[in-house]
Design a protein around this ligand. Structure first.
Ligand code: UDP
Length: 324
C-alpha cells in the first residue's frame, strides 16, 4: 500500500485531500499541531501525529518510521490580510518551518513533495488569465512567504534531487464529504457571506469598490475544494513521471466580490446586506488562473466550475454546521 504524510491534515483542504487519499487506498498519516483545528477534525481512518512541522526531531523520526512515498504539505498560515499586520509570523510559520520540514525530509531520504502554494505569489499580474510564467511580485507577506518556499524547493530539486509538485491555489471554496470552509477567526469571503445569510452577522463588508474592475470590487477565481483535492492526487501520482510540476489550480473564470454576494443571494434566498468599507491592504484587484498547465500535465478537468454550484455546496455545509 502506498503511504503518505499529510501536514496540516486536520484543516479544511488538507483534511479533504486526506479523505480522498484514504478512499483511494493510501495509508495516510496526518501531522498537525492543532493550532487552527481541533482533534475531531482529523479524518477518520487515518493515523495522527500531533506535532509542529518545525519540530525537527519529531518530524524526522516520523518520516524514518513511516517511509512515505510522498509528503503533502498543507500546514501554513493563510490569511493575506493578517500577513500585512504580522508578516513575521508568516515568514516563521510558512517559510522557516517549511525549511525545517525539508531538512527532516532530506535527513530521512524522503524526497517527494506536493506543496500548497498560492495565487498570491503573482501579486498584481501583468496578464490575465495568469500563466505560471507570469511575473512573481507578491503584494502581501503571505504570498512572499510561499514564494520563498517555491524558491527553496527549486534548489532542493536541483541540488538534492527532490521531486516537487507546486500547486498554486486560487480561491478555494465549497464542501466535500461533510467538510467545509471554516477558520477561527473567519476572514474569508464566502463563509462570511453565508454567516450573514444565516443572520449571524448583520452585514458583509465589501473591502473596496474603487478597484479597476467593472464593478469596482476585487475579482477572484473560485475553485471547488473537490476539484482542488482531485488535482493533488493526480500530482502525487505523476511526480515520478514529471519530476517537477508547477501548476495553477483555478477555473479560469473570475468573479467580483459583488458577483459572489449576488450568487449567495440567489442560492440562499436571503437578503444579505452589504456595506462598502475601505480596501484591505495587500489585496490585488484581479486574480484569475490560466489552468492550461494543470489540464495538460495532470489530465485534470474541473467538474464543479459553476459559481452557484460552489456557493450552494458551501451553503449546504454551512447550514448544517452553523445553522440553528
Ligand atoms: N473580502 C471582502 N470582505 C470580506 C472578506 C473578503 O470584501 O469580509 C474580499 C477580499 O478583499 C478579496 C476577496 O473578498 O478581494 C477574497 O478574499 P478572501 O479573504 O476570501 O481570499 P483571498 O483572495 O484573500 O485569498
Amino acid at each position: 500500500m502506498k503511504r503518505v504524510l499529510v501536514t496540516g491534515g486536520a484543516g479544511y483542504i488538507g483534511g479533504t485531500v486526506s479523505i480522498l487519499l484514504r478512499d483511494a487506498g493510501y495509508s495516510v498519516t496526518v501531522l498537525d499541531n492543532l493550532t487552527h483545528a481541533r482533534r475531531e477534525a482529523v479524518p477518520a481512518g487515518v493515523n495522527f501525529i500531533e506535532a509542529d512541522i518545525a519540530d525537527r526531531p519529531m518530524v524526522e523520526a516520523a518520516l524514518r518510521e513511516l517511509r512515505p512515498d510522498g509528503v503533502l504539505h498543507f500546514a501554513a498560515l493563510i490569511e493575506a490580510g493578517e500577513s500585512m499586520v504580522k508578516p513575521e509570523i508568516y515568514f516563521r510559520n510558512n517559510t522557516a518551518s517549511t525549511l525545517s520540514l525539508l531538512e527532516a525530509m532530506l535527513a530521512a531520504d524522503v524526497k517527494n513533495l506536493v506543496f500548497s502554494s498560492t495565487a498570491a505569489v503573482y501579486g498584481e499580474p501583468d496578464v490575465t488569465p495568469i500563466p505560471e510564467t507570469a511575473k512573481l511580485q507578491p503584494t502581501n507577506a503571505y504570498g512572499e512567504s510561499k514564494l520563498l518556499v517555491e524558491q527553496m524547493l527549486a534548489w532542493f530539486q536541483r541540488v538534492h534531487g527532490f521531486k516537487t509538485a507546486t500547486l498554486r491555489y486560487f480561491n478555494v471554496a465549497g464542501a466535500l464529504d461533510g467538510r467545509g470552509e471554516q477558520h477561527e477567526p473567519e476572514t474569508h469571503l464566502i463563509p462570511i457571506i453565508l454567516d450573514t445569510a444565516l443572520g449571524k452577522r448583520k452585514s458583509i463588508a465589501i473591502y473596496g469598490d474603487d478597484y479597476d474592475t467593472p464593478d469596482g470590487t476585487c475579482i477572484r477565481d473560485y475553485i471547488h475544494v473537490a476539484d482542488l483535492a482531485n488535482a493533488h492526487i493526480r500530482a502525487l501520482e505523476r511526480l515520478h513521471e514529471h519530476g517537477r510540476i508547477l501548476v495553477n489550480l483555478g477555473n479560469g473564470k473570475g468573479f467580483s466580490v459583488k458577483a459572489v454576494i449576488e450568487a449567495a443571494r440567489r442560492v440562499t434566498g436571503a437578503v444579505i446586506p452589504a456595506e462598502v468599507k475601505p480596501r484591505r491592504p495587500g489585496d490585488p484587484a484581479r486574480l484569475v488562473a490560466s489552468s492550461e498547465q494543470a489540464r495538460e500535465l495532470l489530465g485534470w478537468e474541473p467538474e464543479h466550475a459553476d459559481l452557484d454550484e460552489i456557493v450552494a455546496s458551501a451553503w449546504k455545509w454551512h447550514q448544517q454546521r452553523f445553522g440553528a
